[in-house]
Design a protein around this ligand. Structure first.
Ligand SMILES: [Zn+2]
Length: 393
């Protein structure tokens, strides 16, 4: 097994362990060839989770994904970065991990193994394209780690010593590196590097211009994630429903709460509910989401953002195939989403979600098991709600 494969394998392993500490059979069988499946299953799950370097890497992985969703760029580009970091771009080395026996040599340079990391960062073709523009390479060149390289690129986009035009175009550089690879591979065409990269700059400029004149495009917010810890108001004419299930253990009731606010931070409704015991926190949160959506539908609300602070739950809803055991919940939630005109899912930072968290805690802590739905805000949270509604100024 070469180094890149081993690194990929290590990275994946951390995402393959369920909350109960057991291997996720479905994911293992889907992602790995039979020989690797056996090797993975022989690993004790506890020791895999306990190794600090892997946890750090996993953490970076999540941070990168969060960053990608918060950044103001086109959905196309965000989806591309999301797929790159999730290992969901189809390259030959990925196909091989799925048991498809093909040559994994890079078709562009005939040198490295064609991994996502290679295509985007290490392949001479990518580096040649970047040499056409004012792109600052890492001092020691790109590494063999997809996460490290992606992290470098994301930092570069925040580096104010680089001209804005270049900084803004960086995601488009990568999008075009990827498109160029596909053009060569699938249609056998190759444009001059300068044309490709100039087009990247132009596309970035056009998108920035269009986005500036239309700042309130709800579509752009699909599956947004707010990495900073403030509460973020929804777009005009939408409601944002923050929710939380306060799960304690599998024996006890969970408390649930949701609070729906408009773009000015005014509370339209809030509600509280006690749920019978759930086996884990994810299921409690999914039940809470189902309940909140049913309530919103009953109130004839049609445009809404559902905001949870549980990243895995958001992922399970948006990518149900990755969480097959939760499909009965996520399938139902996604059918419910279909009954709204807009029903975006958003990850809120726990601090930005603290009001929903506190209401849900009051259910269990203060034994308020009677459920209710009310217009307006809970009076005991008035001052905090006032403060949060000003956070966007
Ligand atoms: Zn190559």
């Amino acid at each position: 097994m070469n180094k890149q494969r081993l690194m990929d394998l290590e990275l994946k392993v951390n995402t393959l362990i369920e909350e109960d500490g057991k291997w996720n059979e479905y994911k293992i069988n889907e992602l790995f060839p039979p020989a690797d499946v056996k090797r993975i299953k022989d690993l004790p799950t506890g020791s895999v989770n306990d190794q600090p370097p892997k946890t750090a890497r996993e953490h970076l992985h999540i941070e990168l994904k969060n960053w990608i969703w918060t950044s103001p760029r086109s959905p196309k580009i965000r989806m591309f970065f999301w797929r790159a970091i999730s290992g969901a771009l189809t390259v030959s080395d990925r196909l091989r991990t799925r048991g498809i026996n093909i040559d994994t040599t890079c078709h562009l340079c005939q040198q490295g193994t064609e991994s996502i990391c290679h295509i985007l960062f290490n392949c001479p073709t990518a580096l040649h394209l970047l040499s056409e523009v004012d792109f600052k390479l890492p001092t020691n060149g790109f590494s063999m780690s997809l996460e490290e390289n992606m992290s470098y690129v994301l930092d570069l986009m925040e580096d104010h010593s680089i001209p804005l035009t270049t900084r803004r175009a960086i995601p488009w550089f990568y999008w075009n590196i990827w498109k160029n690879r596909n053009a060569i591979l699938y249609s056998g065409t190759q444009e001059p590097s300068s044309i490709i990269m100039n087009r990247a700059v132009e596309e970035a400029e056009i998108w920035a211009e269009v986005n500036k004149s239309e700042p309130q495009q709800p579509i752009v917010r699909t599956a947004g994630i707010c990495l900073d810890n403030r509460w973020h108001p929804p777009y005009h004419e939408m409601l944002k429903c923050n929710l939380h299930a306060n799960w304690r253990n599998s024996e006890l009731h969970s408390g649930g709460a949701w609070i729906a606010r408009d773009h000015r931070g005014n509370v339209r409704f809030h509600a509280r509910e006690a749920f019978t015991n759930s086996p884990n926190r994810m299921i409690a949160e999914l039940r809470c989401i189902t309940w909140a959506m049913q309530s919103l539908a009953d109130l004839r609300i049609k445009e809404v953002v559902i905001a949870s602070d549980h990243p895995a739950v958001i992922e399970a809803i948006l990518k149900p195939t990755l969480w097959p055991r939760l499909r009965s919940f996520t399938g139902y939630i996604n059918r419910l989403r279909g009954t709204f005109n807009i029903c975006d899912m958003e990850l809120e930072h726990p601090k930005g979600n603290s009001i929903a968290r506190d209401i849900s805690k009051s259910v269990t802590r203060e034994g308020r098991f009677q459920s209710y739905l009310a217009m307006g805000e809970p009076s005991w949270l008035h001052d905090r709600l006032q403060r949060e509604s000003r956070t966007d100024i």
